[in-house]
Design a protein around this ligand. Structure first.
Ligand SMILES: *[C@@H]1O[C@H](CO)[C@@H](O)[C@H](O)[C@H]1NC(C)=O
Length: 391
């Protein structure tokens, strides 16, 4: 087999797996399995199962009920790499292309749209070319460098007359490494980057390498030390960088990545991690007036309170009837810890109106805001004339 020879022995194994796949299931499901096996050649191949993640319920039923018919329909998106002398290779999750070489990807669909790394989208220096043929689209990138490393996506388009939209569920992605012998990290325009660490929100340190073979470690600047990467609290993905899954205040500070390959060792941009107490949800304020019906001359007190996580700042703003005529009201704000085991606090704003007048009648609205959002609550207050004193 010509193609088999070309791919080599590992490739031949992959190819036969692909062929079996193509007969039984949609290729899109199998490709991932095949790629996984190629990455771990020592592992015993597990039985090929269809991956149903990207399909709709209807499709998955079709796969199990009539697999052979579905396979011949071949409606799935197929992304191939065009190698020199017109040979094609179906791409897996990742491919490596030598820097300086031309990368050519071909994707079946009429038409297709392409997604490229952000930097290529922004600086069009004429190296990227996209051509749509009758049945497929071609993306060509010439004079490649390590900076081109990233995700390339083909989106088949669904068109009705001239109105086209991307079919996101049929998109095919490939992560392309351009191993650069001089640059182990994908160059970044910043030497220094501030990243907010939010409580319980995964944070990414995007130190991306140009070669999948590079060994990457995480380091703290002060005091200088390597940060343990256990795969749970902090994990590494060669396509994305390091992720801190549940940030805590102790993760804050300057961090950087170090990549080594052969006798080359390089440091990434420094990431300044700033810890922010980030609430889980927008505040849920409760408003209460000292009385909803007052006699002219009485004092009014409207309180707005929020119970939330400790050290999360809540800002209050008020709207009230006397606002338009510039009635000078004043507010008192306070934060008090609430009882109980959980670290919670009550934030409160109290609006005070001395000696109410007719103009103070109406709706009092308090808006409470934290980093997650804002919520407004209202209460209405009636002002009545003083009753004539009875003799
Ligand atoms: C690619 O590099 C060659 C050789 O340096 C140069 O002549 C050519 O203009 C470059 N092509 C593009 C599109 O930048």
């Amino acid at each position: 087999m010509y193609l088999g020879n070309f791919l080599g022995s590992k490739g031949r194994w992959v190819l036969s797996a692909l062929l079996i796949c193509a007969f039984i299931f949609e290729l899109a499901y199998c490709q991932k399995d095949t790629q996984e096996k190629r990455n771990t050649p020592g592992r015993k191949p597990k039985p090929i199962k269809p991956k149903l993640g990207k399909s709709t319920k209807k499709e998955s039923r079709a796969v199990t009920a009539k697999p052979k018919i579905k396979a011949t329909a071949a409606a799935q998106t197929v992304l191939t790499q065009v190698l020199n002398r017109g040979k094609f290779k179906k791409v897996g999750e990742t491919i490596s292309v030598q820097t300086g070489d031309t990368m050519e990807l071909r994707c079946r669909g009429k038409p297709v749209q392409w997604g490229v790394p952000r930097y290529l989208e922004d600086d069009d220096d004429g190296r990227l070319r996209i051509v749509q043929h009758q049945r497929y689209g071609v993306l060509t990138l010439v004079n490649t460098t390590g900076a081109d490393t990233g995700e390339y996506t083909c989106f088949p388009m669904y068109c009705e007359d001239t109105d086209c939209r991307k079919e996101y569920n049929k998109a095919v992605k490939v992560f392309v490494f351009f191993p650069d012998p001089q640059e182990l990290f994908v160059p970044s325009s910043d030497y220094y980057k501030a990243i907010h660490l939010r409580t319980n929100w995964p944070t990414l340190l995007p130190c991306q390498v140009t070669s999948p073979e590079a060994k990457v470690t995480l380091h703290r600047e002060f005091p200088p030390m390597e940060v343990a990467v256990d795969g749970t609290e902090i994990s590494f993905n060669v396509k994305r960088g390091f992720t801190i899954h549940r940030p805590r205040p102790h993760h804050a500070g300057p961090l950087f990545c170090v990549a080594s390959l052969g006798n080359l060792r390089q440091s990434s941009t420094t990431y300044m991690l700033i810890y922010v107490n980030y609430p889980m949800a927008p505040p849920a304020p409760v408003i209460q007036a000292s009385s909803n019906s007052l006699v002219v001359g009485e004092n009014l007190r409207v309180s707005c309170s929020v119970v939330g996580e400790q050290d999360v700042v809540v800002e209050f703003t008020w709207e009230y009837p006397g606002q338009e005529i510039g009635r000078p009201l004043y507010t008192q704000e306070s934060v008090t810890p609430t009882g109980g085991g959980a670290a919670r606090q009550q934030s409160q704003s109290v609006l005070l109106v001395d000696e109410v007048r007719d103009v103070d009648q109406g709706a009092y609205t308090c808006t409470a805001m934290n980093l997650q959002g804002a919520k407004a609550v209202s209460t209405s207050v009636k002002v009545v004339k003083a009753k004539p004193r009875k003799p």
